[in-house]
Write a protein of this length. Sequence first.
Length: 254
Amino acid sequence: MTGKLTVVGLGPGSPEQITPEALSAVAETTDFFGYGPYVDRLDLRPDQRRHASDNREEISRAGAALTLAAQGGKVCVVSGGDPGVFAMAAAVCEAIEAGPAEWRKVDFAVVPGVTAMLAVAAKAGAPLGHDFCAISLSDNLKPWDVIEKRLVSAAEAGFVMAFYNPVSKARPHQLGQAFDILRAHLPGTVPVIFGRAAGRPDERINVVPLSEARSDIADMATCIIVGSTETRLIERESQPPLVYSPRSWMGGKA
């Protein structure tokens, strides 16, 4: 007997940003696996069970969820933002590839969500209006020298960059190093958006030039968007500035 496993994105944190498709998947599920604070976002019924775990236990969490689904359970693995962006969908796929044959028989689905860079971009204007990329600054799963090469390549190619996992207690210095690398390849006037907890009550959106960007402005709840040489800043009286990247490429000429 084989059940179903659905990986669901809960968005950046605001209940209004959870999609109807995600709510439907939650309503049809009996068992929920995920990082504790993400599972806590759900208003579960008495017949629905919560299986919370630590943030660094992705593979073991995926295995436990797949085991229950292979036994016929209706299982949901919840993820913040979009589950396919530096999140649980890839971890579940990794577990399926490396796991027993019965895991490949599980009915598997991914429900997308609003990822952090989209929520932050919407608060700031339209910084992702032209070509962009997303980079995780965590070196837990890839070496730091690879991150450095990708930062240089993205800057030289003219991409707007969204940074996930910018800092942690174990990595307090790497964001500052990333800014130093970018300052060697981009003008100091390029806008940098620090979007903390976008859409939540403790939301904080700060826009500073690259020359003034510092690691202590961010924490692990922050998604950072670094503009390109094309990105514009529109100052507005008594309102935060609008940051946008024009749809037409102008070769770095404002």
